[in-house]
Design a protein around this ligand. Structure first.
Ligand SMILES: Cc1ncc(C[n+]2csc(CCOP(=O)(O)OP(=O)(O)O)c2C)c(N)n1
Ligand SMILES: [Mg+2]
Length: 253
């Protein structure tokens, strides 16, 4: 908030996002902060030796061999529900898909959330986890294949008519969605959640760009803050003086 000219990329874990920092996460989403939030989701608290996190699958085996009793939180569904304007899911083992997802997030104005399924090779690479390499490789389903086209480098001719959908970001750059499955609409919140749930019912993990709203306003636009970064404002800018204060007080009497 203090410096709107910076590019923000935050890296977090599933424990820090879905448990320890859940309160902050929910409100950052709700305000649509202009932030790129990447969650490395391994389904456990890796740093503190592998306890189940809130994204661990119900029934999956924890490090002590006992099954997890609780339902897991789907961070992408939560992000869509609470107001993130760009929501995607990638896999740490699929750089080809992840790199354009991150580029698209950076070009997006507003909160971009990317859930990166990141198998924990030490504590949670078991067959009962949907975050293991084996499970993801066997059950991955992508919304679309897509390219990120940087501003002013667009070459439209290479995409055949009808096979792609374009989403123009605020800086003018474009995401080209090549529709593998034309029924997956990523610009409608309800359908985006539905797409995730439908694949989950089939035991599949939906990856790719899940939801995007390029026209939504980010926090600075919502509160109409000055275009000058707040941290460059001086006392003179911030304190209009005694006369202005008197006038304001008068208007409230
Ligand atoms: C407020 C607070 N509570 C608890 C901890 C202890 N702690 C450090 S890391 C961690 C788990 C982090 O898990 P995750 O975010 O999934 O990251 P991973 O290690 O799996 O990459 C916890 C509970 C902490 N640092 N701060
Ligand atoms: Mg973790």
């Amino acid at each position: 908030m203090a410096n709107r000219e910076l590019l923000y990329i935050g890296i977090s874990g599933d424990g820090d996002t879905a448990s320890i920092g859940m309160g902050q996460f929910a409100h950052a989403l709700r305000r649509n902060l202009n932030l790129n939030y990447i969650c490395m989701n391994n389904g456990c608290y890796g740093l503190t030796k592998g306890q189940d996190s809130a994204t661990a699958d119900k029934g999956s085996m924890g490090k002590r061999g006992a099954p997890n009793l609780y339902n897991s939180i789907d961070l992408c569904e939560l992000a869509i529900e609470l107001g993130a304007s760009y929501v995607a899911r990638g896999f740490s083992g699929d750089k080809q898909q992840l790199v354009p997802l991150i580029k698209g997030a950076i070009a997006h104005s507003g909160l971009a959330f990317i859930d990166v399924i990141s198998p924990c090779v030490t504590f949670n690479n078991t067959s009962s986890s949907t975050k293991s390499y084996e499970y993801v490789r066997e059950h991955i389903e992508a919304t679309n294949t897509f390219d990120f086209v940087p501003l002013q480098q667009e070459i439209l001719a290479q995409y055949s008519e009808g096979a792609s959908q374009e989403v123009t970001m605020h800086d003018g750059s474009i995401i080209h969605l090549h529709k593998a499955d034309a029924s997956k609409d990523v610009t409608n919140r309800l359908k985006a959640v539905n797409n995730l749930e439908q694949e989950k019912e089939k035991g599949r993990l939906l990856t790719g760009l899940l939801y995007v709203n390029p026209d939504i306003r980010e926090t600075h636009d919502i509160i109409n803050s000055t275009l000058r970064p707040l941290n460059t404002l001086t006392e003179v800018d911030l304190c209009p003086g005694n006369n202005a204060l008197q006038k304001l007080n008068e208007s409230l009497r």
